[in-house]
Design a protein around this ligand. Structure first.
Ligand SMILES: *[C@@H]1O[C@H](CO)[C@@H](O)[C@H](O)[C@H]1NC(C)=O
Length: 392
């Protein structure tokens, strides 16, 4: 008897706990979305978002299978949200109009702004970028193109098993975000598509990228100014330009990049493997505490490269002055094949030499022979089993 009188209040308590945290689901088909790829479903997405955002319970926005046209740029704004967590569960595909002008001047096609605890899970984003790339290569005047998915000033973001196809510009951009994890992401664009970076990070901290595969015409992952505490693991890149810290140092006053770990990555036929790229312009930016570990290179043109003299066409770099300070960069267990003889290039500057550059167990071959390296204004050490000719 005593036992039962105790159990009942506990059950009642648990019931209210459970019901107050009850997840509510908003299916976009209930708000007018059409899965035919032709009717604009933007308003249905916004209605579902507004309801999810206003809900005091955790909310799911559900996107069933099918193709949903998002005909113009869409913004999911989070400033006024009551919900403590919103998950967008996508089984279908969000598709942009085939005419590039519809989103080409919008900067971002699908934008999240000031959201907290948002998860995007599954699904495909198809930006149909090909006509815009064709316009750009024809030399005609074309819009700049939109980033496919841009997340701005947000926190506690999860992007899981999302596929992004043929972006007009960058596929995924995180700008001023804190605490984000991207996992099982797949990004696909042709090797010759312009500026189609896979994941671009700016001014963000605590970003993790795991188990992802990125094929594009530009950087696989590019790390701009102001990023810190990044963790990139088990990423396969190619085709494309590899993983790049930079370009940095365009601005005189620029926040630095620090504490970046890139491990267990594979580069297949890319222009670069792991790169640090900084403008030959005056800047007080910096790069420090970077680890590149366990990388496999397959026929990569520049497997390891620091280019601190970046100045395409010799424009915008008066006198080629030293800019960003680069220090404490470790390359450990980087191995495989280089498509060029000089597999390791450290091109630093007299005014701000690269310091604390450490190579450990680096084994890179060119045509089955140990590859070469080149060093200018770089200080550091080479140790362990070195399967190339080190200039350090
Ligand atoms: C570096 O970043 C990692 C996350 O990638 C974090 O766990 C670690 O605490 C950071 N280290 C410092 C010294 O901030």
């Amino acid at each position: 008897m005593k036992r039962i009188t105790l159990v009942i209040p506990v059950l009642v308590f648990l019931f209210f706990q459970y019901s107050s945290a009850k997840v509510v689901t908003y299916n976009i088909l209930s708000y007018g979305a059409k899965a035919n790829g032709r009717s604009d479903s933007k308003n249905a997405f916004l209605k579902a978002w507004n309801l999810a955002c206003a809900s005091t319970n955790p909310a799911i926005i559900y996107v069933p299978t099918g193709r949903y046209l998002i005909a113009t740029a869409i913004i999911f704004a989070g400033q006024a949200c009551k919900s403590k967590a919103i998950t967008m569960n996508i089984d279908g595909t969000l598709v942009a109009p085939s005419s590039y002008n519809a989103i080409g001047n919008a900067q971002v096609w699908i934008k999240f702004y000031r959201v907290n605890h948002v998860t995007i899970s599954g699904g495909t984003l198809d930006a149909q970028g090909a006509p815009l790339w064709a316009c750009k290569s024809s030399g005609k005047t074309c819009p700049q193109g939109a980033t496919t998915l841009g997340i701005y000033h947000s926190q506690n973001i999860v992007i899981s098993k999302l596929r992004s196809l043929n972006s007009q510009m960058f596929h995924i951009l995180l700008y001023a975000c804190n605490n984000a994890i991207l996992q099982g992401v797949s990004i696909v664009a042709p090797g010759l598509s312009p500026n189609t970076d896979g994941i671009h990070l700016i001014s963000s901290t605590g970003v993790t990228v795991l188990n992802s595969k990125i094929s594009t015409g530009d950087d696989c992952i590019s790390i701009g100014p102001g990023n810190s505490n990044l963790w990139i693991e088990k990423v396969v890149c190619g085709p494309g330009h590899g993983i790049s810290i930079g370009s940095l140092g365009w601005e005189l006053q620029e926040p630095g990049v620090h504490n970046v770990t890139v491990k267990s990555t594979t580069f297949i036929g890319t222009q670069n493997g792991v790169r640090i790229k900084t403008w030959a312009r005056r800047s007080n930016g910096f790069v420090k505490d970077v680890v590149f570990q366990h990388s496999t290179m397959v026929n990569v043109q520049n497997p390891i490269i620091i280019d601190a003299n970046y100045c395409p066409n010799n424009e915008n770099c008066p006198n080629h002055v030293s800019g960003v300070k680069i220090s404490n960069v470790v390359y450990e267990d980087v191995h495989g094949t280089s498509a060029t003889r000089v597999a390791v290039k450290f091109d630093c500057t007299k005014g701000k030499p690269c310091t604390g550059i450490r190579l450990k167990d680096v084994n890179l071959k060119y045509r089955s022979q140990p590859a070469a390296s080149s060093c200018s204004y770089v200080a550091g050490t080479a140790s362990g089993l070195l399967g190339f000719t080190s200039c350090l």
